[in-house]
Design a protein around this ligand. Structure first.
Ligand SMILES: Cc1cc2nc3c(=O)[nH]c(=O)nc-3n(C[C@H](O)[C@H](O)[C@H](O)COP(=O)(O)O)c2cc1C
Length: 359
């Protein structure tokens, strides 16, 4: 297996159809799911020659901390569906790769246990807000006490998207696979289901609530799910340290722009006042380079790391991360950039429109 597509193909053979549909699928007609990948392919690189460089590195600084590469693990729910160690194995892979894993609220490991299992790992926590503010607070406190370095508030899921693959396969999260973070915050001694968890979430989030959260939180708060310049600007004005330009991997509202297509306007709106991350469809090191050239500080990957975990557990996820890092390093070298920070909009141009004769 030499690239992410190879891992995806092997994972697709290995996983049972319901589980595969849950991880691979998107909402509605999956237009946005496909566009996420396609959008990066609509750019071409403008490499520079004779730059006199002989060393290249993928290291970056993000929110004041060093990372081995500008690529983090996106929050992905229920990772024990594909590996018995789930999020713990994923966090070990991220630690070995020198990057951050963002743990989902809907993870099968609670923040405190992840911190204990992988103390050396760098971690962020993805927060869903609950109607009961005490639950939201308890989740946030557990993460901050457990050394999670940022809170990523996901704002694009007041309800779950219309995932037709799950309807067709009849997929349900197996009984007994609960949501330990939420169980702990509720003080529940039994597994809570995904349906129960969604029913407890707050659909009516507002910018003032976000501002309150950010002001009560001792670590930086990022807003995940922003797709337009208005919301990018509002996030910063309401105390966020940055945004994640994201459409939830095409799983929420179908026919919204791809992450790569929404990125430039968010970058322009934020004007350096906060961090800009992007996710959706990153499958190659060159996709990462294009995102950075368009102004992102870093990217996240969801499914690629998940396919690695499904195929080979911790070692599989580690291999996917290393493949992407190496691909990025080679692109940097061939573009004449010593580091990711040197990529600018001058390093990309739009791909030509397909010709009548291009077959
Ligand atoms: C199966 C699955 C579960 C996800 N669960 C969450 C979640 O719990 N919270 C969240 O903010 N995003 C969640 N996401 C979205 C990812 O964080 C990320 O935005 C998306 O996967 C990026 O697209 P990619 O998979 O093409 O890299 C999930 C994505 C997938 C595929």
């Amino acid at each position: 297996m030499i690239n992410v597509a190879d891992f995806e193909a092997v994972a697709a053979e290995k996983l049972e159809p319901g589980v595969l549909g849950y991880f691979a699928g998107g909402a509605g007609d999956e237009v946005t799911l496909r566009e996420n990948v396609a959008a990066w392919g609509r750019w071409r690189l403008r490499p520079r020659m004779l730059t006199g460089l002989s060393e290249w590195g993928t290291g970056v600084e993000l929110l004041g901390a060093e990372l081995a590469m500008p690529l983090l693990i996106a929050p992905v729910a229920y990772q024990r569906l594909v590996d018995p160690e789930g999020e713990v194995a994923m966090a070990r892979a991220a630690a070995a790769a020198g990057t951050v894993m963002c743990l989902s609220t809907l993870a099968t490991t609670r923040p405190r246990d992840l911190a204990e299992a992988v103390p050396e790992g760098r971690r962020w926590f993805q927060l869903y807000c609950f109607k009961d503010e005490g639950v939201t607070r308890a989740l946030m406190d557990e993460a901050v006490e457990g050394g999670f370095e940022a809170i990523v508030v996901t704002v694009d899921a007041p309800r779950g998207g219309n995932r037709e693959r799950d309807l067709r396969t009849g997929f349900k999260i197996p009984e007994g696979l609960g949501v330990p973070s939420v169980e702990a915050a509720l003080g529940s001694d039994r597994a809570v289901t995904i349906e129960e968890t969604f029913a407890l979430m707050e659909p009516a989030l507002s910018w003032s609530r976000l501002e309150e959260l950010a002001s009560e939180c001792d670590v930086p708060v990022l807003v995940k799910g922003v797709l337009c310049d208005e919301d990018a600007r509002l996030a910063i004005e309401h105390g966020a340290a940055g945004v994640v330009v994201s459409n939830h991997g095409g799983r929420q509202l179908d026919r919204v722009p791809a992450g790569g297509d929404a990125l430039p306007e968010a970058v322009d709106a934020i004007e350096g006042r906060g961090a800009v991350l992007v996710d959706g469809g990153i499958r190659r090191g060159v996709d990462v380079a294009i995102a950075l050239a368009l102004g992102a500080d870093a990217v996240l990957v969801g499914r690629p790391a998940l396919w690695g975990l499904a195929v080979g557990g911790e070692a599989g996820a580690r291999r996917v991360l290393e493949l992407l890092r190496r691909e990025l390093e080679l692109v940097l070298c061939l573009c004449g950039c010593a580091s990711p920070a040197e990529l600018t909009r001058a390093h990309v141009q739009r791909a030509p429109a397909p010709s009548l004769y291009s077959g």
